[in-house]
Design a protein around this ligand. Structure first.
Ligand code: CP
Ligand code: NVA
Length: 323
């Protein structure tokens, strides 16, 4: 195996995460000149076993802007769809490309893929985690409000969502308090909760959890793969919709985030999602900037030098060995 995988947010240390977010913000503010092609001749393979809009377009655009190339591989258009094993697929692809992004159903399948890959693997979403979304969310809060350290985040809705479980890891890495409001049937993985009990609390009262929070976050009530449970989840989660009344309980400058796609009138009301303190749209754009930093870090071996005059100079000076 060459380099590191990015399968969960805590595959980065807190310090690395901080550097990566700084790097992404600088890259957003000072895009590389067209002549700079730090990932020239590098190829990203993107395997999607579930559909995507943002993840696909942001990774493909990121590779293009950095001078590299991205290949889209939908399950139905590859031999995976005809039963080739995930390990054999990883072995073959990683003998040809430099880095691979996989969006798949079970986190175990992602781990099997990563263990057979010779190149870094990025989790583009599994049932358990969505770390790339967290990079964008954390970047967005930092850009609009500053550090999350010492602040309070309220999660309202499906506590078992891959995004919520990624927030649990973020709470430890970024040192914020996370309050999860969710029905007993939708609680996050108990082991994950227990491991982060110092910073994460979980209860059933959305109003109590939202009160005074600096950031309110939610996700769809039925994630991809849970379509058959959608009706039951609709009933369970009705009281957790993020509406104006719930948002009004948060801190006066609180932001709202949603990974998107959203269902207006279900997990969030339109006036919140489309309102002035919704940062969901900025976070969607920030998928691109955060993932450019991630790709450069995984492929070029280090973050931008904070002392460098320009991002371009620092990227050009990056070592070529992987972290
Ligand atoms: N938030 C997110 O991952 O969106 P897509 O499913 O469109 O990639
Ligand atoms: N929890 C959602 C996130 C979509 C980006 C899902 O897995 O479908």
């Amino acid at each position: 195996m060459t380099g590191r995988h990015f399968l969960r947010l805590d595959d980065l240390s807190g310090v690395e995460l901080e550097h990566l977010l700084d790097f992404a913000l600088r890259l957003k503010g000072q895009p590389l000149p067209d002549a700079e092609r730090p990932l020239a001749a590098r190829t990203l393979a993107m395997i999607f076993e579930k559909v995507s809009t943002r993840t696909r377009v942001s990774f493909e655009t990121a590779m293009h802007q950095l001078g590299g190339h991205a290949i889209f591989l939908g399950r139905e258009h590859t031999q995976l769809g005809r039963g080739e094993s995930i390990e054999d697929t990883a072995r073959v692809l990683s003998s040809m490309v430099d880095i691979i992004m996989l969006r798949t159903h079970s986190h175990e399948r992602l781990l099997s893929f990563a263990s057979a890959s010779r190149v870094p693997v990025i989790n583009g979403l599994s049932d358990a985690f969505h770390p790339c979304q967290l990079l964008a969310d954390l970047l967005t809060y930092r850009e609009l409000r500053g550090e999350l350290r010492g602040r309070t985040v309220a999660w309202l809705g499906d506590g078992g969502s891959n995004v919520c479980q990624s927030y649990i890891l973020a709470a430890g890495l970024c040192d914020f308090q996370l309050r999860i409001a969710t029905p007993p049937e939708c609680r996050p993985d108990p082991e994950l909760l227990a491991a982060h009990a110092e910073r994460v609390s979980c209860g059933t009262d959305p109003r109590a959890m939202a009160r005074g929070a600096d950031l309110l976050v939610t996700d769809v009530w039925a994630s991809m793969g849970q379509e058959r449970e959608a009706a039951r989840r609709q009933c369970l989660l009705q009281a957790y919709r993020v509406n104006a009344a719930l948002f009004a309980l948060a801190a006066p400058d609180a932001l709202f985030l949603h990974c998107l796609p959203a269902h207006r009138g279900e997990e969030v009301d339109a006036e919140v999602l489309d309102g002035p303190r919704s940062a969901a749209w900025s976070a969607a754009e920030n998928r691109l900037h955060a993932q450019k930093a991630l790709l450069l870090w995984l492929l070029k071996g280090r973050m931008v030098d904070p002392a460098a005059d320009s991002v371009a100079a620092s990227v050009a000076a990056s070592v070529t060995q992987a972290p």
